[in-house]
Write a protein of this length. Structure first.
Length: 141
């Protein structure tokens, strides 16, 4: 397993246990977070403090639940993570969730870009991965 994938496993573990200090362990000081239109907190966030606050804001809406990696696909310095979110928000007694993907770009072992994608094929295109089932560097859990 690559160092990038190991870092992302730790990142999602930290989100699931609501450890907002630990999520920044592998952030580059110039990290850029992009959450697309249609997502609850769409926008572009820059720098460790802004990205940390953004993730904390989203995670802070959960009463309980997880966002679990299902698969890691890597091409060079980019990693796509297939995710399954299953959460109960504080404002509801119903469970919600879905499957989507996040894309990460690394530089010198640190995350410099962090994008969310509503559609998994969009994440693969962003990373230059053409066929997820036949791509070297795919790691299922």
């Amino acid at each position: 397993m690559s160092l990038e994938i190991e870092a992302l496993k730790l990142f999602f573990d930290a989100i699931n246990r609501n450890d907002m200090q630990a999520i920044t362990r592998d952030f580059d000081p110039e990290i850029v977070r992009v959450e697309p239109e249609g997502f609850p907190t769409a926008g572009t966030y820059r720098g460790i403090a802004e990205v940390q606050a953004h993730v904390a804001n989203g995670r802070g809406t959960w009463a309980e639940g997880t966002c679990d990696p299902e698969r890691f696909l890597q091409r060079g310095n980019k990693v796509v993570v297939y995710l399954h979110a299953h959460v109960r928000l504080k404002s509801s007694n119903k469970w919600v969730g879905g499957r989507f993907a996040d894309g990460f770009e690394f530089r010198d072992g640190k995350i410099v870009r962090y994008h969310s994608f509503g559609e998994r094929p969009d994440a693969l295109a962003w990373a230059g991965i053409e066929d997820a089932d036949r791509t070297a560097g795919s790691h299922g859990l």
